[in-house]
Design a protein around this ligand. Structure first.
Ligand code: 13P
Length: 291
């Protein structure tokens, strides 16, 4: 019932002026906390796994956790593979039951990016109800196995964005607009809102067909989030914040309870901190109460 791909919930959001939060998780505890936050907020949600945690826990285990949580959740839940550079692993996750796949061939020249992205689109669509995300330009910072120096990050060209989407058939599109993975080095990062709005208009001016993704959610100022929503952002990716929440909450609890050896209590503390962070994002994105 609640198993959905990313495109369908993003289109619903884009039409109704809200965005869907997409949260990277590394373990079961975070996974459960994200889904519980969505249930509490009555919000659609995308749970994301980067390649390393997906391979570490095992593709099928990730999907089994997903199916168990999503099937009983009264809200739509999507499982997304984030920034995968390996076509074969994209195919494996499509077969296993992921419902959104991101092939990240953005480091390659334009034609090769199109070739690889289209190969994954064709495969995922042949498997079933799976949407595919592609990226053009490069997002600075570090995300899992991908590292891009800030001064080498390249923004997406609007005309090329349209060509990329048309030729690959991607369902959702991540144009690089200056956002970055990790913690922003300045309070006011330089984001090209206009570029985002132009690409959105060119792709979706006659009705939402290819909703847009905002990478690098952690640390974006609130007014930037509002502007990005207005410019067409329909999925906001948040990873570093949840990693910090996980580690910081563990430190905090252990420091305060140095003589206690009850992992269950530590888990509850971490879960609650994660839920709080996720629910905060849902309020900012306006997706609370929308499921
Ligand atoms: P942050 O780590 O900056 O939140 O970015 C997440 C992201 O874009 C994952 O694809």
């Amino acid at each position: 019932m609640s198993i959905v791909n990313a495109k369908e919930i993003m289109i619903e959001g884009a039409k109704n002026g809200y965005a869907v939060g997409a949260f990277n998780v590394t373990d079961l505890l975070q996974f459960k906390a994200v889904v519980e936050a969505a249930i509490e907020k009555k919000a659609p949600v995308i749970v994301q796994t980067s390649v390393k945690p997906s391979q570490f826990l095992g593709t099928q285990l990730m999907v089994n956790i997903y199916r168990t949580l999503a099937e009983s959740a009264p809200v739509p839940v999507c499982l997304h593979l984030d920034h995968c550079t390996d076509i074969e692993y994209c195919k494996k996750c499509s077969d296993a039951g992921y419902t959104n796949i991101m092939i990240d061939a953005s480091k390659h020249p334009f034609e090769e990016n199109i070739r690889q992205t289209k190969a994954v689109v064709d495969y995922a669509h042949s498997v079933g109800n799976i949407s595919v995300e592609g990226e053009l330009g490069t997002v600075g910072g570090v995300e899992d196995q991908i590292k891009v120096a800030e001064d080498e990050a390249q923004l997406a060209n609007p005309e090329q964005s349209v060509e990329f989407v048309e030729r690959t058939g991607v369902d959702i599109f991540a144009p690089a607009i200056g956002t970055a993975h990790g913690v922003y080095k300045t309070k006011n990062p330089k984001i090209d809102f206009e570029r985002m709005a132009t690409i959105h208009k060119m792709l979706n001016g006659n009705g939402i067909k290819t909703p847009l993704v905002v990478h690098g959610g952690t640390g974006l100022p609130d007014d930037y989030i509002v502007k990005l929503l207005q410019a067409g952002g329909a999925k906001f990716n948040v990873s570093t914040e949840l990693k910090h929440t996980l580690i910081d909450a563990k430190w905090e609890y252990i420091n305060a309870h140095r003589d206690e050896y009850d992992p269950g209590k530590l888990d509850v503390f971490v879960r609650d901190a994660t839920r709080k962070a996720v629910m905060g994002w849902m309020d900012k994105l306006g997706c609370n109460g929308k499921a």
